[in-house]
Design a protein around this ligand. Structure first.
Ligand code: IP8
Length: 259
């Protein structure tokens, strides 16, 4: 099985509140279908989650009641995004269903607790893809918090033991310096814990769940001696299909675990 995260940067326009990139999602779903691989998809929140979550500091947990309407609103927005993603999958001929983490799971001081896997495994056994996503989740200690798609990826690796893991974003991979402010920055084809320490800058700090470096750390945690984790650019047509078919493409591979 191959575990894929469709990042918020590719499925939404991150600069415009609640803007869905339908064409890109539709194409990515067709690339998944055409590959004929057994795939499980998680997706990020993009502008359906991060804009309001940041404004109301939802990632910090309960501070005052002014946050409460925003908690409800972000839950609504990311569910709407999820249903649009699931819709594109169904239209591509992939049986998929919405599994909202905020309605199935709880967090404990920021740590996601997944003690009931019945729903997702029942769907998987029937050949239906349970599609989870970055969500607002209630937290036993903090009241509520943000569970990122990257956190879900780590948990799902423990449950499904995928052979391969792919993170799909809108960049070719990780650069040695922020490519937006350094035109001569170089793409790193491989990243280890040691190399990551030397990388400077982070172009996506608007995310309440961290930027590209935090993503790379999550990716490194997912790697095992048998399993690499690859970051690819899903805005370029055909790249997801190619990597699913085992072809070599422009990308960054995380390897060797996080030290
Ligand atoms: O986009 C964040 O998930 P991510 C979820 O995977 C929310 O980091 C609600 C901001």
């Amino acid at each position: 099985m191959i575990l894929i995260k469709l990042g918020g940067s590719v499925i939404t326009d991150k600069a415009q509140y609640r803007t869905f990139n339908r064409d890109a999602v539709s194409r990515l779903c067709r690339e998944i279908r055409d590959s004929e691989e057994n795939v499980l998809v998680v997706h990020g929140a993009g502008s359906f989650g991060h804009v309001l979550a940041k404004e109301y500091s939802i990632q910090d947990g309960f501070v005052d009641f002014a946050q409460v309407p925003a908690v409800a609103r972000v839950q609504y927005d990311v569910r709407e995004l999820n249903l649009m993603v699931v819709r594109e999958m169904l239209d591509a001929g992939i049986p998929a269903m919405s599994v909202p983490p905020g309605s199935c799971f709880i967090m404990d001081d920021g740590k996601l607790i997944v003690d009931n896997t019945d729903v997702m495994l029942s769907a998987s056994h029937l050949g239906i893809m349970p599609v989870m996503f970055g969500d607002v989740v209630f937290d036993r200690k903090r009241g509520f918090g943000i569970c990122s798609g990257d956190q879900l990826m780590e948990i799902l690796c423990g449950i499904y033991s995928p052979e391969r893991v792919i993170f799909v974003s809108d960049v070719d991979g990780l650069y040695d310096r922020d490519p937006k402010s350094n035109p001569d920055s170089k793409l790193l084809t491989e990243v280890t814990s040691e190399l990551l320490e030397k990388v400077t800058g982070d172009s996506t700090i608007d995310d309440v769940t961290g930027g590209v470096k935090a993503k790379m750390e999550a990716m490194l945690r997912i790697t095992t001696p048998e399993r690499d984790c690859v970051l690819i650019n899903g805005s370029v047509p055909g790249r997801l299909y190619s990597i699913l078919k085992g072809e070599k493409i422009i990308s960054t591979t995380a390897r060797g675990g996080l030290r």
